[in-house]
Write a protein that binds this ligand. Structure first.
Ligand code: FMN
Length: 178
């Protein structure tokens, strides 16, 4: 089983979730954990499953303007550390770069604030829509992982992430064996 976990993360929270997913994927076979700026189309050749996630910004996936807002917030908190993110291409630009794919299995995830998804928005819904539009086959419903007002993952969310990965990857892995 070969899995790629690709994520965008401006302030680090989605990366924590992505790492938890990759940890589970590792127990089923090969895994690559890549940020959107490191995941080129060639990285997806021969892959069985791609898990794609990012933060919810302005009720959807990030855009250049919301990235800039997030970076500005980082700048306020951490000063020069913001430079690290200057070339982060953003998930929309990643989709543009990937182009069309041929039936690779995929599922979308996001991080978002606690509360009803209809109020906060869920980036994973838009990510899943885009995945389907460019030829991925969606194998699980989009999943959100929740953060508090300080941007930290809420209690139990890492375990939820592991359970989600276990269910998505486990079903596919067992189908391959059987
Ligand atoms: C500019 C900006 C806009 C945001 N907009 C929303 C939003 O509309 N809905 C929501 O649930 N969370 C929103 N958030 C919170 C982020 O989704 C949340 O903190 C997320 O976990 C950040 O992920 P990251 O640390 O991987 O960048 C926003 C955060 C920022 C910085």
């Amino acid at each position: 089983m070969r899995t790629v976990v690709v994520y965008e993360s401006l302030t680090g929270t989605t990366r924590v979730v992505a790492r938890a997913l990759a940890g589970v994927a590792w127990s089923f076979g090969e895994v690559a954990l890549l940020s959107v700026d490191d995941c080129s189309p060639s990285t997806l050749v021969g892959v069985d499953l791609v898990l794609v996630g990012g933060p919810t910004h302005a009720r959807g996936a990030t855009w250049a303007t919301t990235e800039r807002m997030a970076r500005a917030r980082l700048g306020e908190r951490f000063g020069p550390a913001v430079d690290r993110h200057d070339e982060c291409p953003g998930i929309h630009r990643w989709f543009d770069e990937i182009g069309q794919v041929d039936g690779i299995r995929a599922a979308a995830f996001d991080t978002r604030l606690e509360g009803a998804g209809v109020v906060t928005g869920r980036a994973s819904l838009g990510i899943a829509r885009k995945l389907r539009a460019i030829g991925f086959v969606e194998v699980a419903a989009p999943r959100s992982f929740l953060v508090d007002g300080d941007g930290h993952l809420c209690e139990g969310q890492r375990i939820r992430a592991e359970e989600w990965a276990e269910s998505v990857i486990g079903v596919l892995a067992r189908a391959q064996v059987g």
